[in-house]
Write a protein that binds this ligand. Sequence first.
Ligand SMILES: [Zn+2]
Length: 360
Amino acid sequence: MPSSIRLGTIKGIIVTVHWTFFLLLVWIVGKTLMDGSGTNAALFELGLVLAVFTCVVLHEFGHALTALRFGVKTRDITLLPIGGVARLERIPEKPIQEFLVAIGGPAVNVVILIVLVPLLLIFDLFPLKMTPAGVSWADFFSQLVIVNVVLVVFNLIPAFPMDGGRVLRSLLAIRMGRERATRIAATTGQVFAVGFVLAGLAYNPMLVLIGVFVFFGAQSELRSVLEDAAFKKQSVGLLTMRKFDSVGPEDALSIAANHLLAGYATDFLVLEQGVPVGVLKRDQLLRAFANQEMHQLYVREVMQPNPPVLDARQPLDQAWLMMREGAWPLLPVFENGLLCGILTSDNLSDYFALKMTAVR
Ligand SMILES: [Zn+2]
């Protein structure tokens, strides 16, 4: 079952809704009807939620379209019950560009407010009922105004992974390096996170959740920036393993399992007459083993096909990005057009750990 439903594509950006979002809609309508507030009230709530999420989508487009101006594409925008997520292909590294992309989201909500506030004032002066039951347009717009104010204020809290964290990092990065700026912004984010948790324990459990989310968001942002910095200076060739175990696509899985037990490798490059055609991952192998399909299956049926290839002279950070994006535990490395070895994510993690202990 797909976890997200595609709504459409705008400017090459896919907009999807996570299925749990529909649960939220059902829950809201159901709850209002159960309260005995009637169909009109339920429709009002439903309309309000849809309007709120339209504002959220527009906020995400604020980020995505600003990024597009700097040549950064956005893969998709997904609506979740807790808000929206725009998956940018990368964060622009120039501080001023990152600043504009980060501020682009909240800026959209400010524009929405500029439109909404006069509407609210008009409907306040000339109360127009939406329905005979008494819910008014003024109610509707005042709720939307509050939501947009919250979206601006909450997003500008200077904590990763909120927009404010990126704003702070980009401003700091103008004066110092990106690494140091990220360290400071991440620490600030974690101080806020602890504050959220403490305030949440006293007042509202929802804040505890947000605090935890922010704390780990800050940590992973810091790690990814430090990794990029550590990997940027080196080329793939440095960490390429020249000796490695491989399997063939027509090998029985039991042969791969023997390799797994007998050697130190956990994932295998699949070679067909010397050409990389796939990667056999440890978890795929174990799953097949658990389902007792080991003897009926061949490598080709469970491998992840068509791995991208790396060049030994390529910088490591590019390779790391490709591995993370495709969830590849290893990739084949070519040198002067010939397969010379593999790069594994374990090698990269070890290298990163060594680098980090060295700078400490
Ligand atoms: Zn945002």
